[in-house]
Design a protein around this ligand. Structure first.
Ligand code: NAD
Length: 511
């Protein structure tokens, strides 16, 4: 392995571990992979891929830290979150620079991601209020009863490449604020921001072992799933892996929430404000190079006149878009994350052409001077996409927008409801009745009305339906409190001294 590249290790027990827990001195034997700057196509770092022993060391550290952390008053745990919020704001530019260097996203988009992550830390700082439980006096004669939310123990999270700072912050801040300890396995494609944030959490006062970060691939993930000390697993990533993690995790007795892929449709009604809808669609389709689980890759235009107007508007705005490295604030869209992903998205465009969709804007020829080896693909726009086409059915996760033409709102809704994914959707209309009917009957977890990316704010929960989420509880917000705690109901009676009662064999009731 090349020693020239800086190495990204793990964060275990409050320490940076630049090697396996088994062989700390033998870096040369360590499994690792290169981390590329997608704007230049060069490998700039190397990330260690944890073996089972390293993952077990992280779990052991979390297990050791749990009793004292569980016993720490919720207000003290919350204060660590408040302090972390300040540190994240203070180090925001540094974190965003890492996002741009490894993921490729433009600076403004990186800042938006981080801000949404910080809002989750802020919500986690309300944990004392959220954990208060419920109490009833006199459920029976001299009997009081209350429910409390107790932590689970060691919990874990596995996160995707596309929001390397935000998605980990959906998980561990609330998990630890609720009194659990945590092992995070970030994406091996852009691992640095999660590691830096863990170090900031330590600086904010999180004791060693409460949060551990192991970098790695399938081997690390499998070690986390199979370890019975891990009580709960949160996953965000693609649907095949979500399904795998859900079924294997449940089989080892864990509580699992596994958020998967998406193919979000935007419906444009004939009465919509077309100019505003087009602007909203531009950001939703091409922002972050289409690598968002809430991106809009499909527009369903109701009526040919609507479709013609939307397509003309999109073409005009695409012509003005600037594609280039995320480090240049003038750019609207950066590169795709890796070369294999770039090739996969480019192949989908070819497939769409072969399937007979009409490619109105072809971003495949885009050139970024000085960045010839970067993974840049310009915006692509297809018209006359049909539901039987692969480019309609599958998640492309790139800057490829397809327009499907339908005649009625019911036809648009049927398409959405029959699609395997149900993450997000939106409708552009001026008709309140249509919007209300759409929101009520659409089989999708997050719905926008004239809002293209209806990503819930931190104090609501995030999650899709159908094959976009396996499990019962959504991510972050109030559902996260439920996910990372177990309810215990205690019924208590203190009999008066000296009062003797006989045995009662009927089932206790208030009758
Ligand atoms: P991915 O499924 O390839 O990887 C996600 C995580 O799983 C990574 O940490 C990776 O190391 C691990 N992993 C990959 N292959 C594995 C295997 N065979 N066994 C065990 N673990 C494995 O996803 P990605 O490409 O990093 O992210 C993009 C995907 O995530 C898209 O499908 C996107 O829609 C989805 N996503 C969904 C949401 C949501 O909230 N629903 C949010 C963000 C991203």
């Amino acid at each position: 392995m090349s020693q020239a590249l800086p190495t990204i290790g793990h964060w275990i027990d409050g320490q940076n571990l630049l090697g396996s827990a088994r062989r700390q001195d033998a870096l040369a034997d360590e499994r690792s992979q290169e981390v590329f700057n997608p704007a230049t196509g060069t490998a700039e770092k190397r990330v260690l891929l944890a073996d089972k022993t390293t993952v077990q060391a992280a779990i052991a550290s979390a297990e050791k830290a749990y009793p004292a952390w569980r016993a720490t008053p919720p207000l003290k745990r919350a204060r660590v979150m408040s302090k972390l919020k300040g540190l994240l704001e203070q180090h925001g530019e540094r974190i965003c620079a890492l996002l741009t260097a490894e993921h490729g996203k433009v600076a403004g988009d990186a800042m938006g991601e981080l801000q949404r992550g910080i809002e989750n830390v802020e919500y986690a700082s309300y944990a004392p209020e959220l954990l208060k439980g419920e109490h009833t006096r006199n459920v029976g004669p001299g009997i009081d009863s209350w429910s409390e939310l107790q932590p689970l123990g060691v919990t874990a999270g596995i996160t995707p490449f596309n929001f390397p700072a935000m998605v980990p912050l959906w998980m561990w801040p609330m998990a630890v604020a609720c009194g659990n300890t945590f092992v995070l396995k970030p994406s091996e494609r852009d691992p640095s921001s999660a590691l830096l944030i863990a170090q900031l959490a330590f600086e904010a006062g999180l004791p060693p072992g409460v949060l551990n970060v192991v970098n790695g691939d399938k081997e690390a993930v499998d070690a986390l799933i199979d370890d019975r000390r891990v009580q709960a697993l949160s996953f965000v990533g693609s649907t095949p892996i979500a399904e795998y993690i859900y079924s294997r995790g449940c089989a080892t007795g864990k509580r699992v929430q596994a958020l998967g892929g998406a193919k979000n449709h935007a419906v444009v009604m004939p009465d919509a404000d077309i100019d505003n809808a087009v602007s909203a669609l531009m950001g939703a389709a091409y922002g972050s190079c289409g690598e968002r689980c809430m991106a809009i890759p499909i527009v369903v235009a109701v009526g040919d006149a609507t479709a013609d107007a939307v397509v003309a508007g999109l073409q005009a705005q695409i012509a003005k878009m600037k594609v280039g490295p995320g480090s240049d604030a003038r750019n609207d869209m950066g590169p795709l994350v890796t070369k294999p992903h770039f090739e996969k998205v480019r192949d989908y465009v070819e497939q769409g052409v072969k399937e007979g969709a009409k490619l109105l804007v072809d971003g495949r020829g885009v050139k970024v001077p000085g960045h010839e080896n970067g993974y840049f693909l310009g915006a692509c726009l297809f018209d006359h996409v049909k539901p039987e086409m692969v480019i309609y059915k599958e998640e492309i996760f790139g800057p490829v927008l397809g327009v499907v033409r339908v005649k009625t709102l019911d036809e648009a809704m049927r398409l959405i409801n029959e699609h395997e994914y149900g993450n997000g959707t939106c409708i552009f209309t001026r008709d309140g009745e249509a919007a209300r009917y759409f929101s009520d009957h659409i089989l999708v977890g997050m719905v926008g009305v004239n809002v293209p990316l209806p990503v819930p704010i931190a104090y609501h929960s995030f999650g899709g339906w159908k094959r976009s989420l396996f499990g019962d509880l959504h991510a972050y917000g109030p559902d996260a409190v439920r996910f990372y705690t177990k309810r215990k109901t205690i019924t208590q009676r203190w009999p008066s001294a000296g009062v003797r009662e006989g045995a009662v064999f009927s089932f206790p009731s208030t009758k």
